[in-house]
Design a protein around this ligand. Structure first.
Ligand SMILES: Nc1ncnc2c1ncn2[C@@H]1O[C@H](COP(=O)(O)OP(=O)(O)OP(=O)(O)O)[C@@H](O)[C@H]1O
Length: 469
């Protein structure tokens, strides 16, 4: 049952409207002043507010300004209908420009009021529904974050996924989550029951990528001991995700173009054409238009791939997502390591928010993993953070919400090379701790793991990752 709040100082109007609206099945509350009205909105979270333009303590426009807004996906904001007296029309129109759903001039007809209320509530229901679907799509995709930029991305993913065939080019800096976006497109598409196959075009030399993509006959090249199916064949009825497409060697670009144009391809060493029903989603952190202009990427392939392009924003433009992602990874790594999660203090949160994150979510994820190992269960302050983050200049990001940062020389804006040095510094610290624990326990891994408060399995995984024999 929708809740309506009437903010009006005319007691007789409030009581007659309350009577009429309750008879229509609404839950109704009244408030006689702007202050009372704002308190009632905060306490009752009404679905709709009937707001008089003239109130004893302040104007209706001031109250409207102080109410939660419906923008930025805040679908819980109430719909507002202004009630104006004769001669107040200009103010009422201004209210609509400020976000009110509609206005009525006294004296008004009850049927007219009911029709306006119903259509405003319908609008709110739709906003809530869209919001619900966006958030559900985000949850299912595994993309953590609630920033307007991410919600917008989730909405676009939902729209583009539906077609099931349109090719999509995902653009964004390294580590922003392009692979997760590709997976979300697959999961939200009619191909969801089919396979999702991923290949990183930068990971293999040319001939191996060709064999990987299109398959090869036995003996087609040195080392091809058996016939192998390509990923294109494996992705039949599903989605093929070509990560780092900008790195695909030129001769292979021609073969991919041929496949995109007519759905046909040929395995290495085979004379027969094969077909596959595949949706191609590609991703790159390069400016492909520029690469094409420079002759390093085929222009025709670029246009074939770029039917719809989708930009994943860098982490530094996602505001509150940084804190939410940090908490998410803190819980996840604590669970994996079998330790208590690290806690981020206010200073650490401010510093993380102000840092530029050249390696984006991947860099944040790695940082939280290392902090979990080094300081399980501890509160993280500036001292526990790597110097590049602890010393971030306050002006580093316009969105920076950094609290007082310890006096530090203004460091230049962080560059990828610095990110590598953060990782190196943390890896060194981790290596020292692991080796010290091993030495202390005469090479006994179980005891060394116990002394660091992590499981034996986690301990061995770390040794392996750091290449410690
Ligand atoms: N919004 C997010 N929520 C949770 N995890 C995320 C999010 N974005 C990225 N990640 C994680 O960060 C890491 C990097 O993401 P991903 O590999 O998708 O980035 P990418 O843009 O494809 O990087 P590259 O261009 O280097 O291939 C992954 O482990 C991914 O799971």
């Amino acid at each position: 049952m929708p809740t309506i709040l009437i903010i009006d100082d005319e007691a007789s109007l409030v009581s007659s409207l309350t009577f009429a609206l309750e008879a229509e099945g609404y839950k109704v509350h009244g408030a006689g002043t702007g202050a009372e009205g704002l308190a009632a909105v905060a306490a009752l979270h009404p679905d709709l507010v009937l707001l008089d333009l003239r109130l004893p303590d302040r104007s209706g426009l001031e109250v409207l300004e102080a109410l939660p807004r419906g923008e930025n996906d805040n679908s819980s904001a109430p719909q507002v209908i202004m009630i104006s007296a004769h001669g107040d029309t200009r103010a009422a129109v201004k209210a609509v420009k400020m976000g009110a759903a509609d206005y009525l001039t006294k004296p008004f007809d009850l049927d007219e009021l009911l029709a306006i209320i119903e259509s405003a509530l319908e609008r709110r229901r739709m906003a809530c529904e869209i919001d619900f679907h966006r958030r559900a799509a985000l949850r299912d995709s595994g993309l953590v974050g609630q920033s307007p930029a991410l919600l917008e991305l989730a909405a676009t993913i939902g729209r583009v996924a539906r077609s099931g065939t349109a090719r999509i080019l995902i653009l964004g800096e390294s580590g922003t989550g392009k692979a997760l976006v590709a997976k979300a497109i697959h999961t939200g598409s009619p191909r969801a029951a089919g396979p999702f196959i991923e290949i990183n075009c930068a990971s293999l030399p040319e001939q191996l990528i060709e064999a990987e993509l299109f398959g090869a006959e036995k003996g087609a090249y040195t080392g091809a001991h058996a016939r192998r199916a390509g990923l294109v064949a494996l992705a039949d009825k599903g989605t093929l995700f070509l990560d780092e497409i900008g790195e695909l060697p030129l001769p292979l670009q021609a073969k991919l173009l041929h496949f995109l144009e007519n759905g046909q391809y040929r395995a290495i060493g085979s004379s027969a054409s094969q077909t596959a029903d595949v949706r191609v989603v590609a991703a790159t952190n390069r400016d492909l238009a520029k690469e094409a202009a420079a002759g390093r990427f085929r222009e025709d392939l670029y246009y074939r791939l770029n039917v719809i392009s989708l930009a994943v924003p860098p982490l530094r433009e996602r505001g509150d997502d940084i804190g939410e992602l940090a908490d998410h990874f803190a819980r996840r790594y604590a669970h994996e390591e079998g330790v208590a999660p690290i806690r981020l203090g206010a200073v650490a949160r401010g510093l993380l928010a102000a840092y530029r994150w050249p390696g984006n979510v991947r860099e944040l994820k790695n940082l939280i993993e290392r902090l979990t190992i080094l300081f399980p269960g501890r509160e993280i302050g500036a001292a526990e953070l790597p110097p590049e983050i602890a010393k971030v200049p306050q002006t580093a990001s316009p969105a920076a919400a950094a609290p007082a940062v310890p006096a530090a020389p203004a460091a230049p804006a962080a560059a990828p090379r610095e990110a590598a040095s953060i990782s190196d510094a943390l890896a060194d610290a981790e290596r020292d701790m692991l080796l010290a624990a091993l030495r202390e326990h005469a090479g006994h891994k179980g005891k060394a793991a116990d002394s660091l408060g992590i499981s034996r399995h986690a301990f061995k995984r770390r040794l392996q990752r750091l290449g410690i024999q």
